[in-house]
Design a protein around this ligand. Structure first.
Ligand code: ZN
Ligand code: ZN
Ligand code: FE
Length: 741
């Protein structure tokens, strides 16, 4: 018994919003209140978590402090309100049943990696869940991928078809238990089951077979990462040329044998989101050469579900773990989809009977500026809301075309879908439509307007145009900058540096090297890269040497430098150098672009680093990687965004035999200097970086450091990717303050 307090008896009502359900909050509140001898109740409501506590006022103040300070690890509190209400003379503390009437503004929680306690039970022969692949508790397990409706209660999840056995029910109903109201609670007696054994699956892998495993957010294709022939077979069957495959490592200690891992990267790997973390590989390991080809990074994740832990215990070596799909198609989630769509890819299937409600790929992050930068936002992060500084109209934002995500705006919260992917295939466009329906249904959301990209040919734009709702079109690079400003809570004026590969400009040209004076929904384009012709249009995006040819032709005309690069004809490109030059001479088939992404392609081709992109951004990535540990202040001239002196510099260096790393550093530094030049001229103090080009770590970190050394504040992405996966957030926030909607 705590010492009796002389303070007056009062009652306090506390409301918490954010990710507060399905994380063990109620048992935590129950334990805290009863330990302090307070009375009242706690309730999961559709608005979040409501607590009423009664007792001596000084105790209530301590309770409120501890409630926030010691809250469950997985919870995220975005709003915390409290008010004094009349005391009721209650005699005990209770957990009340959920109320599902009020507005649906509660966050659905992301899927969480298996916690330490569940891992210990999994490998404890004395435990009733020994080797049970669906073990979970309120601190871990699936959430977003099993929830059908909110509030998050078992009848509203795909676990509703499994009836709890007496032992599981006991845990589920005991407020003191770690599994109190753990919605996916299950055991070998009452829960989901596998169709095959872990042993058989491990055996298939060691024989070099391709395994389709039903994971948390969809199927994964697994293969022994040390077996080049098996990896090649996977590439060929999946139609995936060179884009690196991610790996699952049995444990952190094994990952350290293969990669250099900093303490901050360990935190990312071991976080509850358990994403794929891009790490620097160590040389001379037994990872097959074709896993990552010439990519400077290895994407590594640790086992994040009990099923993965059990499999990796049997396979104590790195496994390729990639999305269960054909290249460019969405990930398969049902057993039926897997056995049809993946039948020509996988040799062995490890299925189970717990339905996956919605697809959620593995997320990808990389350490940038000392913190985790999200490159693909899906499992572990989606669908956490992003809180913005102003109320937004209830709009649906449909995103871009590549790396698509969609978003809904609910008051001051933007709920961004998981990564959907490129909308080139019919399958992907169906997944896009399903994601929209799903997000709206989950939050009982009725959009009153739609926001789309200005590009007339994006599949997302075409879909939006078919709807009967008012439509707002947002320029692509403005949406990029607005997204980054929004997640950094920027309310005043800022300089938006919006650089990427392509986006439809206000003048119909292809933009991608833009500077905006931005504030709210107001944008003024104050600088951009000097335009150049992009011969062949979309083809040139893949064939980076087309950009090089155009840049060189503009600078040297007839004296086209022979040493520039050789257009190879080994790959059956629809274009060759002669054709491209002909287009340039006659001014045909060339759209105008200000894209920094295309400038990267051009310089990468001229420098001899890469002639084409086998996946988006490949040439730029290889060019960045050339810098390695080299540090120099030297830079090509790029004043006013005029690339002509820069291209002359590259050619001069190439003739003089300057090394590629130095050429690359001089190019990157030129871009940094240009940003600094525009920033100083603009007089703006807040600088925002967005767009796919800022996935370039050297550029982002150096530009940030130089600007900060001059007293400016740099904002980069935190919760959404700098690439087109963040466009929907920018679209949603730009609907605020518009008259049209
Ligand atoms: Zn757990
Ligand atoms: Zn059970
Ligand atoms: Fe973009």
């Amino acid at each position: 018994m705590p010492v009796a307090s002389k303070a007056a008896i009062q009652r306090l009502r506390i409301t918490l919003r954010g990710a507060v359900q399905g994380v063990g909050f109620r048992p935590f509140v129950y334990r805290l209140a009863t330990a302090m001898n307070l009375t009242g109740w706690v309730l999961n409501s559709s608005a979040g978590l409501t607590v009423e506590v009664e007792g001596p006022s000084d105790q209530l103040a301590i309770f409120e402090q501890q409630l926030v300070r010691e809250r469950p690890k997985a919870s995220v509190v975005t709003v915390h309100e409290s008010e004094w209400i009349a005391a009721e003379g209650s005699s005990r503390f209770e957990i009340h049943a959920s109320d599902s009437d009020s507005g649906k503004t509660v966050n659905v929680l992301p899927d969480l990696a298996t916690c330490q306690e569940c891992r210990e039970e999994l490998f404890d022969p004395e435990n009733r869940r020994f080797h049970y692949p669906f073990t979970n508790c309120t601190n871990c397990g699936p959430r977003y991928t099993i929830v059908l409706d909110i509030p998050y209660d078992r009848p509203n999840t795909s676990m509703r078809e499994f009836v709890l056995c007496p032992a599981c029910r006991g845990e589920y109903e005991n407020p003191a238990n770690r599994r109190f109201h753990a919605q996916p609670n299950a055991c070998p007696v009452c829960g989901p089951r596998l169709n095959s054994t872990i042993e058989e699956t491990a055996e298939a892998l060691i024989q070099g077979k391709i395994v389709a495993l039903k994971g948390i957010g969809g199927f994964q294709l697994l293969v022994d990462a040390r077996n080049a022939a098996a990896v090649a077979r996977l590439r060929q069957r999946k139609h995936r040329e060179e884009k690196p495959f991610a790996l699952m490592m049995p444990a952190l200690a094994v990952a350290r044998d293969y990669c250099k891992i900093s303490p901050a990267e360990v935190q990312l790997l071991e976080s509850q989101a358990a994403p794929i973390v891009l790490l620097r590989p160590k040389p001379g390991t037994d990872i097959a050469w074709n896993v990552a080809h010439c990519s400077p990074y290895l994407g590594i994740m640790l086992p994040y579900s009990p099923l993965h832990h059990l499999l990796m215990q049997r396979c104590p070596y790195p496994l390729v773990a990639t999305s269960g799909n054909l290249s460019d198609e969405p990930i398969a989630i049902t057993n039926q989809e897997a056995t049809t769509r993946l039948k020509d890819i996988a040799d062995h299937f490890l299925l189970h009977n717990r339905p996956i409600v919605r697809p959620c790929d593995d997320s990808v992050v990389r350490l940038t500026r000392g913190r985790g930068g999200i490159l693909r936002r899906a499992r572990g992060y989606a669908p956490l809301g992003i809180r913005v500084w102003r109320e937004l109209p209830p709009v649906l934002a449909v995103g871009g075309h590549l790396k698509n995500t969609v978003a809904i705006a609910v008051g001051r919260e933007v709920f961004l879908s998981q990564h959907i992917g490129d909308l080139d295939t019919l399958e992907a466009r169906r997944a896009f439509e399903r994601a929209i329906d799903d997000l709206c249904k989950l939050y009982s959301f009725k959009p009153q307007g739609i926001v789309c990209d200005l590009h007339p040919d994006y599949a997302s734009t075409l879909w939006a145009e078919k709807s009967a709702l008012p439509l707002l079109r947002i320029q692509h690079h403005q949406a990029h900058a607005a997204a980054c400003a929004a997640e950094n809570n920027l309310q005043g004026e800022y300089l938006g540096v919006s650089w990427d590969g392509t986006g439809y400009g206000l003048d119909g040209a292809i933009w991608g090297g833009e500077f905006f004076r931005g504030s709210g929904s107001y944008f003024e384009r104050i600088a951009h890269l000097r335009p150049f012709g992009l011969p062949g249009g979309d083809v040139a995006v893949r064939e980076g040497w087309c950009s090089a040819t155009s840049l060189l032709f503009n600078v040297f005309g007839e004296d086209f430098p022979e040493i520039a690069y050789a257009a190879d004809s080994t790959e059956n490109s629809r274009l060759d150098q002669a054709k491209v030059l002909n287009m340039l001479v006659h001014g045909t088939h060339a759209v105008s672009t200000t894209s920094v992404g295309r400038l990267f392609d051009g310089v990468a081709a001229i420098a001899g680093v890469a002639r084409r992109n086998r996946f988006e951004g490949q040439a730029a990535m290889l060019l960045e990687n050339e810098i390695g540990a080299l540090r120099t202040e030297e830079a090509y001239p790029l004043s006013g965004g005029d690339w002509e002196p820069l291209i002359r510099g590259v050619i001069r260096d190439k003739r003089a035999g300057v090394t590629v790393p130095l050429m690359s550093a001089r190019f990157h530094n030129a871009l940094v200097n240009w940003i600094v030049e525009v920033a100083i001229e603009s007089g703006l103090k807040q600088i925002v970086f967005s767009g796919g080009v800022f996935q370039n770590r050297y550029l982002t970190e150096r530009a940030s450091a130089v600007l900060e050394s001059r007293g400016l504040t740099v904002h980069t992405h935190r919760q959404v990717p700098p690439n087109d996966g963040g466009i929907a957030l920018g679209q949603a926030v730009m609907s605020g303050g518009t008259v049209a909607l």
